[in-house]
Design a binder for this molecule. Structure first.
Ligand code: NAP
Ligand code: SF4
Length: 675
């Protein structure tokens, strides 16, 4: 019997057949803007070779005013078309198919020339849009048509017209952003005129044998969003206008409900896609938080969709489909939905990559080659840096031994996985265990390395990690004081009232743990929907529950503190920081910045504010948890230096400040690849 029979079944589109039911969803990687077309081509070709049936590119602007930011890529010239042909030819030679996404950002375009249905500024952009007049609307349609024709000329197998996520076409659909009284506004039939007209005119121009996917917003998650009756009406009209497939769009970018972050339950929105099944005859694609072949298969076998879209999982592992086909699904590198190296990079103007797989988007410059001179390599420490180094060294043909002083591999990953909303880290540790065995790496647990153990090796990589910093505060040794490892790792008892010193990533993690230790909504979809106020869009416009967010009561009273005067959580991930802040606010966590820590005693934590140490206050808490950063753990490194034994220092042992798994894995991979 075939593995994953539904996921691997072909999909006949009439004029062409997709070899399986897996679509690589659109991701803006920033590669196109590098203008290194060989690099762009290799990114997609590697994924085509990995067996995915159809890929969708990052959004290409149909015109400069519709670009997500000034200078956003698009097919504007003959030179652009020739460059994109390099990509499509390489994909076709690699056995894949590729569609170009046409994305008109409307009022989300980050520039003064942005346009929309009405002149209403979005809360996530400083630029108020100009209201399009009749001629302006006609120009936008023509530009969509031109982009489609150019995509065909460039060799694409199709286009995806972006109609969701709150971009231009979505802005015309709802009264929240469309206040027009002409034929492009007013009734729903008139509000949907633009998307339908765009699809109709693109189909008319391009002929029958070309894929047109329309990305339809199924649940807007904004006030006055569409009802599901309207969604069905639009879907039918888009089908009649000539779309080949419908892809699911979930939530506008300005929605204050997470839709793809790691704390969102897996397949959290496939039930919404399922509501469309039976209303149209064309295939329907579902998406969001589908990250394993098992989930994809389940979604398809339950009839939620005809095809599944996964995007970030193809950054984590380009061979996702081939490995599933071969029954080696346990070796698929998991996307943990952290956004740290993909979306956070995109929104910081950096090229995307992947925390788990630093080769993503670096296919032409980070290649792990077999060493001409295989050696014996010792890796000390099995946190993310050590694990990445060990796997890479083994892949290069070296004989690798990992020394881990604890009873299990994973280092700080084992701490992260305890945090509610970070359950995906369990799968990452399991994947590393599988891969260590797969690569024939010797793992010595409960084994503290020392210089004499290491003399037998040709190369030594030290990934000994970090030790928590103990700040100099009067009373730091008081029994009320706990470290974050006491809480997350050793599971020591924590009383009902807690102050947390330090509001970095770990301070936030500890706060989330303390308020919802036993209330893990990331694995409980009904509870998660209630927590964020999401309901059936058939009952409430946009799928927003009239009761709003209804999180469970916090399990403890928590105060989170930092010395800096600015807002807490400013240094968290670009695309996920707001979720952490909102989660804690919804749990009544008090956040205080600009404090001095004066004393910890039986009364609690004594603080004051500002340089003048004014407004003294005693926080009457049962415990004070220290999350004040880390120092590098270098005792073994110091011993090796004294003995003149050479080594490579990586991860937190190298630089503890601002260490995260992304940097650790990247450094571990690169150091080992260069051995
Ligand atoms: P961090 O982000 O550097 O935060 C340390 C916190 O401790 C800051 O709030 C700092 O604020 C405070 N602090 C520093 N020195 C102090 C002192 N001497 N006395 C009192 N307070 C002090 O470190 P972290 O929270 O330990 O996190 C470590 C790394 O893991 C970070 O790079 C982080 O990005 C990463 N991480 C990421 C995530 C994620 O979700 N992406 C989650 C967890 C951890 P003040 O100086 O203002 O007091
Ligand atoms: Fe997934 Fe994180 Fe990699 Fe992005 S960086 S692809 S979210 S694992």
């Amino acid at each position: 019997m075939t593995n994953f029979p539904n996921m691997l079944a072909p999909l006949d589109l009439g004029f062409t057949t997709l070899k399986n039911r897996v679509l690589m969803g659109s991701m803006h990687t920033g590669l196109e803007e590098t203008k290194d077309w060989n690099r762009v081509a290799e990114f997609y070709a590697e994924r085509a070779r990995g067996g995915v049936a159809l890929m969708v590119t990052g959004g290409m602007a149909p015109n400069p005013e519709g670009g997500v930011f000034p200078g956003a890529a698009g097919l504007f010239s003959a030179e652009d078309i020739n460059n994109h042909r390099i990509v499509t030819e390489r994909v076709h030679q690699s056995g894949g198919k590729i569609a170009m996404q046409i994305l008109h950002a409307g009022r989300y375009a980050y520039g003064p020339d942005c346009v929309s249905a009405s002149a209403i500024k979005s809360p996530i952009s400083p630029f108020p849009p100009k209201e399009l007049d009749e001629a302006g609307i006609e120009k936008q349609i023509t530009d969509f048509v031109t982009a489609t024709l150019r995509a065909k000329e460039a060799g694409y197998d199709g286009v995806e017209i972006m109609g969701s996520e709150g971009y231009l076409l979505n802005q015309f659909l709802v009264t929240y952003t469309n206040k027009r009284t002409d034929q492009w506004g007013g009734s729903y039939k008139d509000r949907m005129r633009l998307p339908v007209e765009v699809v109709r005119r693109c189909r008319e121009a391009v002929g029958e044998d070309f894929i047109i996917i329309y990305r339809i917003s199924l649940i807007d998650l904004v006030p006055n969003g569409s009802t599901f009756d309207e969604v069905i009406q639009l879907a039918k009209a888009i089908e009649d206008a000539g779309a080949t497939m419908l892809n699911s769009g979930i939530g506008w970018h300005e929605a204050r409900i997470p839709t793809i972050a790691t704390s969102v339950p897996r397949r959290a929105f496939t039930w919404v896609t399922k509501k469309l099944i039976g209303h149209v005859k064309i295939p329907v694609i579902t998406s969001n938080r589908i990250n394993t072949p098992e989930i994809a298969e389940q979604v398809l076998s339950e009839g939620c969709a005809d095809m599944v879209s996964m995007a970030r999982p193809f950054l984590a592992d380009s061979n996702f489909v081939l490995k599933a086909q071969a029954g080696r699904n346990d070796t698929i590198a998991p996307c943990i939905a952290c956004n740290q190296a993909c979306l956070d990079h995109t929104f910081s103007g950096k090229i995307s990559t992947c925390l788990v797989n630093p080769r993503a988007c670096h296919e032409t410059d980070l290649n792990i080659k077999k060493s001409a001179n295989p050696r014996k390599v010792a890796v000390v420490g099995s946190g993310p840096a050590g694990l990445a180094a060990a796997l890479t060294a083994a892949e290069s043909g070296h004989s690798v031994t990992v020394f881990e002083k604890g009873a299990q591999i994973g280092g700080q990953l084992n701490v992260a996985k305890q945090v509610p909303g970070k359950e995906e880290f369990w799968g990452l540790v399991t994947w590393y265990e599988t891969m260590l065995a797969e690569m024939g790496i010797t793992v010595k647990l409960n084994s503290e390395a020392n210089p004499s153990l290491l003399t037998d090796f040709d190369e030594v990589i030290l990934a000994t990690g970090v030790t928590p910093r103990s700040p100099e505060i009067n009373g730091i040794n008081h029994p009320k004081v706990l470290g974050y490892l006491d809480v997350l790792k050793h599971k020591k008892h924590v009383g009902p009232k807690v102050a947390i010193i330090g509001a970095g990533g770990i301070g936030f993690d500890v706060a989330e743990f303390l308020v919802s230790e036993n209330d893990r909504t990331a694995e409980d979809l009904p509870a998660w929907l209630k927590e964020w106020g999401v309901t059936d869009p058939a009952h409430q416009r946009g799928g927003l529950s009239p009761e709003g967010a209804q999180p469970a009561a916090p399990e403890r009273e928590v105060i989170l503190l930092q010395r800096k005067a600015k807002a807490l959580g400013k240094g968290l991930g670009k695309t996920t920081g707001w979720i952490h802040r909102l989660t804690l606010r919804n749990k009544n966590v008090r956040m205080i910045g600009g404090v001095n820590y004066e004393l910890i005693d039986d009364q609690g934590l004594h603080i004051s504010f500002g340089e003048a140490r004014e407004r003294p206050e005693v926080l009457d808490v049962d415990h004070v948890v220290i999350c004040a950063g880390q120092n590098p753990e270098r005792s073994l490194a110091d011993e090796l230096v004294a003995l003149d034994i050479p080594f490579h220092l990586i991860g937190g042992a190298d630089v503890a400040a601002e260490l995260d798994a992304k940097r650790a894995i990247n450094q571990g991979t690169r150091v080992a690849a260069a051995l």
